[in-house]
Design a protein around this ligand. Structure first.
Ligand code: NAX
Length: 325
């Protein structure tokens, strides 16, 4: 058996946390031969609920679950943590402006960044799911100067998976036939789901689905999918978000599928004219526990303007929390 890895999930009593913890504990993320120490972090009022999640995790008797703990103390939850899945965040309350939401969450992610800086594994890999995910990831990163800045990422894999499925549905093919989807930029309504490089069974996807459908249906459908799920279900995406979080860490740790790429929001290295340091979603491939931004894709004027709009929004978000960076 391998040495156990420690995974911290924040917001474990919430909707996504409940869908995520069991799949992580059962080995679906890092493999059936990888023992897991699971640390669940919640706020004090949710400790009762999370103790029920711990009971159920024990009751599953997963062979991969080595040890489990739940706490409201970040320094306990992140101790020696190898993977941090930061799901817990403050939801937008009635009358709350986007700016207030940004600031409330900024406090959470700066505190968690500081705690990881002190106690997490020096090689910890961080996935931020809680919104606004890209900016929360930036805040955590800037508050953890002793850790590798490249290891702070945010989740756009749900958008990527949504985009892939929409193309498969439109073309009447299996999801596996659809490759090279890209989500550029922010996990928000400005994200740019790009089909210019996508293929369906090896042929250019735009030739199959058409440029008009791409611009008028596909882009808004992927951008607004979260709102559509809330409207239909009365509550936000949970199982699909958990599945995407598992895909993100699985591929980062164990490698992405050959002959394809995935979307991850990662600190820019200046690729595609995006200023270095901005946590921006790019197409990436993963190998040996490292991701690399796919280089050299041609970008036309339409794509460039969409990529710029989502970049501008990220810069605005960053300016709104600059005191915490
Ligand atoms: P819930 O409100 O059901 O759960 C959030 C949980 O986080 C609660 O149990 C709460 O007590 C806990 N929490 C709050 N502050 C915390 C802190 N400081 N430390 C630890 N735990 C804390 O929300 P849920 O539906 O699970 O969504 C979680 C987050 O994911 C939200 O911010 C949501 O907007 C975001 N999403 C991000 C997505 C993405 O693709 N990046 C998609 C799905 C989702 O909308």
């Amino acid at each position: 058996m391998k040495k156990p890895v420690t995974i911290t999930i924040t917001g474990a009593a919430g909707n996504i946390g409940y869908a995520l913890a069991f799949r992580v504990a059962s080995g679906q993320m890092l493999g059936a031969d990888q023992p897991i120490n699971l640390n669940l972090l919640e706020i004090s009022p949710a400790l009762g609920t999370v103790s029920g999640v711990v009971m159920e995790l024990h009751d599953c008797a997963f062979a991969t679950l080595n040890r489990i703990s739940a706490t409201d103390d970040a320094k306990i939850a992140f101790r020696d943590c190898d993977y941090a899945m930061l799901v817990g965040a403050r939801p937008r309350g009635p009358g709350m402006e986007r700016k207030d939401l940004l600031l409330e969450n900024a406090k959470i992610f700066s505190a968690q960044g500081k705690a990881m800086n002190e106690v997490a594994s020096r090689d910890v890999r961080v996935l931020v799911v809680g919104n606004p995910a890209n900016t929360n990831s930036l805040i955590a990163q800037r508050n953890a100067p002793a850790l590798n800045p490249k290891n702070f990422t945010a989740m756009t894999r749900l958008d990527h998976n949504r985009g892939r499925a929409q193309v498969a549905l439109k073309a009447g093919v299996a999801v596996a036939d659809v490759r090279h989807i890209i989500i550029w930029g922010n996990h928000s309504g400005t994200q740019y789901p790009d089909l210019h490089h996508a293929t369906i069974s090896g042929k250019p996807a735009l030739g199959v689905v058409g440029d008009q459908w791409f611009r008028e249906n596909y882009i808004p459908t992927v951008q607004q999918r979260g709102a559509a799920v809330i409207k239909a279900r009365g509550t936000s995406s949970a199982a699909s978000a958990a599945a995407a979080a598992i895909d993100h860490i699985h591929d980062w740790a164990l490698g992405s599928a050959s002959g394809d790429w995935v979307s991850m929001a990662v600190p820019s290295d200046g690729s595609y004219g995006i200023a270095a340091g901005v946590i921006y979603s790019f197409p990436v491939t993963c190998q040996n526990g490292q991701y690399s931004i796919v280089q050299g894709l041609p970008i036309d004027d339409f794509s460039r303007s969409r990529m710029q709009a989502t970049y501008d929004e990220l810069c605005e978000e960053r300016d709104g929390v600059k005191d915490l960076l």
